[in-house]
Design a protein around this ligand. Structure first.
Ligand code: C2E
Ligand code: CA
Ligand code: CA
Length: 309
C-alpha cells in the first residue's frame, strides 16, 4: 500500500493510515499486487468500518431475527420442515435482508459468530416447537456459510448446542454450498459423516450454480440435494429446462439423495416438479419466510396441514 507525501497527507500518522488503507485495497485485489492511495478509498474504508461496528452491535444487542420458510412433502403436502433465514432488524434502517450484510460478514470473518447465533437460535426454537407437539416429523434447516469454515469447530459447536437445547439430531438439517465444503475438504468430509451417522440431514444448497461438480456428490456425505431456484424459475415448456431438471433429479436419486426444489412460485412450476418426482417443495406459492411467532400460529391452527389436491 503506497501513500505519497505531501499529496495524500501532510502528517506521518495520516500518511501511514492511508498507506494501510491502500494495502487493504491491494489485498482485496489478490496476491502480488500494490495500490496507490486514493481519497475515495477512505469512504469505502469508513463504510466497512461502520458496517463491522454495526454488525458487532447487532450481535450484542440481539438485532438479528430468524424467519422460517415452510417446506412441504410433495406426496401428501404435509410440512416436512422449515428453512431458517436470517434478517437484521436495524433500529434505524429497519428490516435488512441477508444479501445486504452477509457478504460483508463473510469477508470480515464476523460470519462465524453469526453462524453460531443461528445454530443456537434455530435449535432453541425447534426444541420449543417439538415440546409443544407442533414439530413432530419436522426439521429446521440452517444455512452455514463463510470463507474458511472450520468444520472441526463447527461440529463441536453443533453437538454442544444439540446437547444444551436437548433437540434430537433428526430435527436438524444443515445447508451448505459446494464452495463452503470445498474450502476445507478433509475436515468437512469427516464432520459431515459424523452428522449423517447421528441423523442430522445435510443438504447441498444452490445445486447446479457456481462451480458445481458431480464428483462433489460422491465426495461429501449428503442426504439432500436442493435444486437452485434459478432452475425452477426457468421452467418453461418451450426450452429444455424440464429435461435438465429431470436429469438433476435422476442423478440425485442414483446417489440416494432426497430432492427439494426451492423458489416454487407458480402452479405451472409445481406441476412440472410433480411430474419429475421431486420429493419436497419450498417457495412463495406455499409461503414466504415468516417470523417464528407467525409460523407457530400456523402450526397451532393447522394452517400447514395438507390442502386437498
Ligand atoms: P438461500 O439459502 O438460497 O435461501 C433461499 C432464498 O430464496 C431466501 O432468500 C428466500 O427468502 C428466497 N425464496 C424462497 N422462496 C422463494 C420464491 O418462491 N421466490 C423467490 N424469488 N425467492 C424465494 P433470503 O432469505 O433473502 O436469503 C438469501 C440468502 O442469504 C440465502 O439464500 C442464503 O444463502 C443466505 N442466508 C440467509 N439466511 C442465512 C443464515 O442464517 N446464515 C447464512 N450463513 N446464510 C443465510
Ligand atoms: Ca439455503
Ligand atoms: Ca438455495
Amino acid at each position: 500500500g503506497i501513500s505519497v507525501y505531501p499529496d495524500d497527507a501532510s502528517d506521518l500518522d495520516t500518511l501511514l493510515k492511508n498507506a494501510d488503507t491502500a494495502m487493504y485495497e491491494a489485498k482485496e485485489k489478490g496476491r502480488n499486487n500494490f495500490q496507490f492511495f486514493q481519497h475515495q478509498m477512505n469512504d469505502a474504508a469508513n463504510a466497512r468500518y461502520e458496517l463491522a461496528n454495526s454488525l458487532r452491535r447487532a450481535l450484542r444487542q440481539n438485532e438479528f431475527e430468524l424467519y422460517y420458510q415452510p417446506q412441504f412433502r410433495n406426496q401428501d403436502r404435509t410440512l416436512s420442515g422449515v428453512e431458517a433465514l436470517i434478517r437484521w432488524q436495524d433500529p434505524e434502517r429497519g428490516l435488512i435482508p441477508p444479501n445486504h450484510f452477509l457478504p460483508f460478514a463473510e469477508e470480515s470473518g464476523l460470519i462465524h459468530a453469526i453462524n453460531d447465533w443461528v445454530i443456537t437460535t434455530a435449535c432453541t426454537q425447534a426444541r420449543q416447537w417439538v415440546d409443544a407437539g407442533l414439530f413432530t416429523d419436522c426439521r429446521v434447516a440452517i444455512n452455514i456459510s463463510g470463507q474458511n469454515v472450520n468444520f472441526k469447530k463447527l461440529s463441536r459447536r453443533i453437538l454442544e448446542v444439540l446437547e444444551q437445547t436437548g433437540l434430537a439430531p433428526h430435527h436438524l438439517e444443515i445447508e451448505l454450498t459446494e464452495r463452503v465444503m470445498m474450502e476445507n475438504t478433509d475436515d468437512a468430509v469427516e464432520s459431515l459423516q459424523r452428522f449423517k451417522e447421528m441423523g442430522i440431514a445435510i443438504a447441498i444448497d444452490d445445486f447446479g450454480t457456481g462451480y458445481s461438480a458431480l464428483s462433489h456428490l460422491q465426495l461429501f456425505p449428503l442426504t439432500t440435494l436442493k435444486i437452485d431456484k434459478s432452475f425452477v424459475q426457468n421452467i418453461s415448456k418451450e426450452n429444455n429446462s424440464i429435461a435438465l431438471l429431470h436429469s438433476i433429479v435422476g442423478i440425485a436419486k442414483s446417489f440416494e439423495l432426497k430432492v427439494i426444489a426451492e423458489g416454487v412460485e407458480t402452479e405451472e412450476q409445481l406441476q412440472v416438479l410433480d411430474t419429475i418426482a421431486c420429493d419436497e417443495l419450498q417457495g412463495y406459492l406455499f409461503s414466504r419466510p415468516i417470523p417464528g411467532k407467525q409460523l407457530e400460529q400456523g402450526l397451532r391452527t393447522g394452517q400447514f396441514t395438507p390442502p386437498s389436491r
